[in-house]
Design a binder for this molecule. Structure first.
Ligand SMILES: *Cc1c(COP(=O)(O)O)cnc(C)c1O
Length: 439
């Protein structure tokens, strides 16, 4: 029985979500459109199988073909990134980072990562609410007021705090990482260096961002962002990492299973193999290049029209618009853009005084719209639309008391849906997106 017959409600919701993904400009920089081949693997019969363990060492019978698939995924990952060891089993990025800490640290050891408000991830030691800040001693570096990480300050903090691991990698940093400088800091205090390339893995594979492979000890990447695969993650170990700790590969594998996980999601493993195959094709290099070119044109358009971008622009796939000059918060602009069929997310800006739920900026990027084939010309148009939407809603002022913000935002959502200017942009977006099919 197919889904429509078995469960019309869910089938209908998926169909409407599919239409939404087609009609809007999907500009959340951590999102992308996976290929039909990738989705076919995710939806395959592999979801039926249990395979605890690793190839040739399973705790379950019947894994002959799963072993083949996992070995292919591992070989492709090693080849594509040029590393001696890969683990493709982590369920997603957060458990993969947990596995690294579990493998290399003891509870209470010091983790050093970037603050969430500066663009770090929750799993980089965010205090109080995450395992990474609760079970480890977390010290955090931050970006400067202009949004740039001051590497000298990072070095100083490392010398003072002697972390056991330094995490570098972010969710909202529009600039290139100079991995060698990070390696030198890590080496100077005898720390491991974890490069979390979740956002930029596709750019690295495509040759438009330097690779951390010669410098980091361990690399974590999600597979569903610029890499354009299924939701999942991989852990890569470098020669440098193995030189620091010859048992690192075993430790990491054991931390993933049985340390933190049970049976791997074999359907996802197969889809990761497919995405790695796709990413190894020449067409993927063009894609990655276009992602960056598009982001540049989009950023330039926003700047020319008077917006403020954190760090003053972008070198990669994303940008953060600082809305403090417009005196409007990210929630209002993100809602307005969604009413205009442009989907971004609200995001903290450097040294944001607002709480993360009501931040002062938005984050947007080009990976998904580039997958649809959009180029520089479309970026100019989209940039102008974004600016016009921001102008349309920048007169909204939040109530004095923070308690009233939630109700206020709910109330103005209706205003936005009925706003003719936003409706007109929404209509133009639909006309544009019709010309650029999703995979
Ligand atoms: C997305 C991301 C993660 C976490 O990935 P999930 O799959 O959402 O758990 C970790 N680190 C960075 C830098 C990310 O961008």
């Amino acid at each position: 029985m197919n889904l429509r017959a078995a469960d019309p409600d869910i089938a209908e919701s998926i169909a409407t979500e599919s239409r939404r993904q087609r009609e809007v400009l999907e500009m959340i920089p951590s999102e992308n459109y996976a290929s039909k081949a990738v989705r076919e693997a995710v939806g395959s019969v592999l979801t039926n199988k249990y395979s605890e363990g690793y190839a040739n060492k399973r705790y379950y019978q019947g894994n002959r073909y799963v072993d083949e698939i996992e070995k292919i995924a591992i070989e492709r990952a090693k080849k594509l990134f040029g590393v001696p060891h890969a683990n493709v089993q982590p369920y997603s990025g957060s458990p993969a980072n947990a596995a690294v800490y579990f493998a290399l640290l003891q509870a209470g050891d010091t983790i050093m990562g970037l603050k969430l408000s500066g663009g770090g991830h929750l799993t980089h030691g965010h205090p109080d609410v995450t395992f990474s800040g609760k079970y480890f001693r977390s010290v955090q570096y931050d970006v400067e007021a202009d949004g740039i990480i001051d590497i000298e300050k990072v070095a100083e903090l490392a010398r003072k705090e002697k972390p056991k691991i330094i995490v570098v990698g972010t969710t909202a940093y529009p600039r290139i990482f100079d991995w060698e400088k990070w390696k030198n800091i890590a080496d100077s205090v005898d720390a491991f260096l974890l490069a979390d390339i979740s956002h930029i893995a596709g750019l690295i594979v495509g040759g438009v961002h330097p690779s951390p492979v010669p410098f980091a000890d361990v690399i974590m990447t999600t597979t569903h962002k610029t890499l354009r695969g299924p939701r999942g993650a991989m852990l890569l170990i470098t020669d440098q990492g193995l030189a620091k700790d010859p048992d690192m590969a075993t430790k990491i594998d054991r931390a993933v299973f049985p340390g933190l996980q049970g049976g791997p999601h074999d359907n996802v493993t197969a889809a990761i193999a497919v995405c790695l195959h796709e990413a190894a094709q020449p067409a993927f290099k063009h894609y990655a290049k276009q992602v960056v070119n598009n982001a540049k044109v989009l950023a330039d358009t926003l700047l020319e029209q008077g917006l403020t971008l954190s760090t003053g622009g972008t070198d990669n796939h994303l940008m953060v618009v600082d809305l403090r000059p417009q005196k409007v918060i990210g929630n209002i602009v993100a809602e307005a853009l969604e009413a205009a069929n442009i989907v971004v997310n609200r995001n903290s800006v450097p040294h944001d005084l607002n709480p993360p739920f009501y931040p002062s900026g938005i984050r947007l990027g080009t990976p998904a719209i580039t997958t649809r084939g959009m180029k520089e010309k479309e970026m100019k148009t989209i940039g102008e639309w974004i600016v016009s939407v921001i102008h349309e809603v920048s007169h909204y002022r939040l109530p004095e008391s923070k308690e009233e913000w939630g109700t206020f935002l709910k109330k103005i959502r209706l205003d936005m849906e009925n706003n003719p200017q936003l409706q007109s942009v929404a209509h133009s977006v639909t006309l544009l997106t019709k010309k650029f099919p999703v995979p």
